[in-house]
Design a protein around this ligand. Structure first.
Ligand SMILES: [Zn+2]
Ligand SMILES: [Zn+2]
Length: 255
């Protein structure tokens, strides 16, 4: 199977939820939820309303800068959409990855724009103590290694650069200010805040409340934000009992 036919064979699907952050502002930031499920894709009927893909969000700042937040299976549908819209023109985006658990990276091999040489992607993630320097680069290479995937990493022809960030870091991309903070999750997880001229978004998946240091990180990151995207994997009852210590939160803690 050629690379092209492989990607054509991946069917379109899944609807996405769109949010305009400040509808009254002329310069708007737009947020699209391409995947919202934790741990594993969930194609069952009772998840159809918000879709069954794992985490992937698209944020477009008012100046047109494009961000991808996490690379779960929702990334595949975003890639199909972008490829269609670009119609051969180059795509450029900044990809912020929170951590390396499967549900946040498993869309990478299926994102068509990574396999087109006219595209350019800037990746941001932390150095995992399990993977060492270039952690995210190593993750990409491992995912495409034989015999796990039919397309080799050498076919990933889009320009790619990788920047290591850590909790407490602040940097700027275009007109958007980014802040990273450590969350409480097994093997580490970063939360990101993106302050655009059209509003602020905090992306804080995968966090278990409790330890004072991490709770403070999250409260500071989320302070005054327009949109907080937060982990609500468990019910308050589960979080208080059998799921305590699993690294996740509940809707109640989010509120
Ligand atoms: Zn997760
Ligand atoms: Zn996780």
């Amino acid at each position: 199977m050629t690379q092209a036919s492989f990607f054509e064979a991946l069917s379109e699907g899944a609807q996405a939820t769109r949010v305009t952050i400040h509808p009254a502002m002329t310069h708007q930031a737009k947020l699209v939820f391409w995947g919202v499920r934790g741990s594993t894709p969930t194609p069952e009927r009772d998840t159809w309303r918000y879709g069954g893909n794992t985490p992937c969000l698209e944020l477009t700042a008012p100046d047109g800068t494009q961000f991808i937040l996490d690379c779960g299976t929702g990334l595949r549908t975003l890639g199909n959409r972008w490829t269609e819209q670009a119609n051969g023109r180059g795509i450029r985006a900044h990809v912020l990855v929170t951590h390396y658990h499967w549900d946040h990276i498993q869309g990478i091999p299926f994102f068509h724009p990574f396999f087109e040489s006219q595209n350019q992607f800037h990746f941001y993630s932390f150095q995992s103590k399990y993977l060492g320097p270039d952690s995210l680069k190593k993750v990409l290479e491992a995912q495409l290694a034989s015999p796990y995937f039919p397309v080799d990493v050498s076919m990933m022809t889009a320009g790619r650069d990788f920047r290591e960030v850590a909790g407490g870091d602040k940097w700027e991309i275009g007109g958007t200010h980014i802040t990273a903070a450590w969350l409480n999750h097994p093997q580490g997880c970063l939360g990101y805040r993106l302050d655009t001229s059209g509003g602020s978004v905090v992306y804080a998946t995968d966090n278990e409340p409790g330890p004072a240091e991490f709770d403070l990180n999250l409260r500071q990151l989320a302070h005054g934000a327009d949109v907080l995207i937060y982990d609500a994997q468990y019910s308050p009852e589960q979080l208080a009992s059998e799921r305590k210590g699993w690294g996740h939160s509940s809707w109640l803690e989010g509120v």
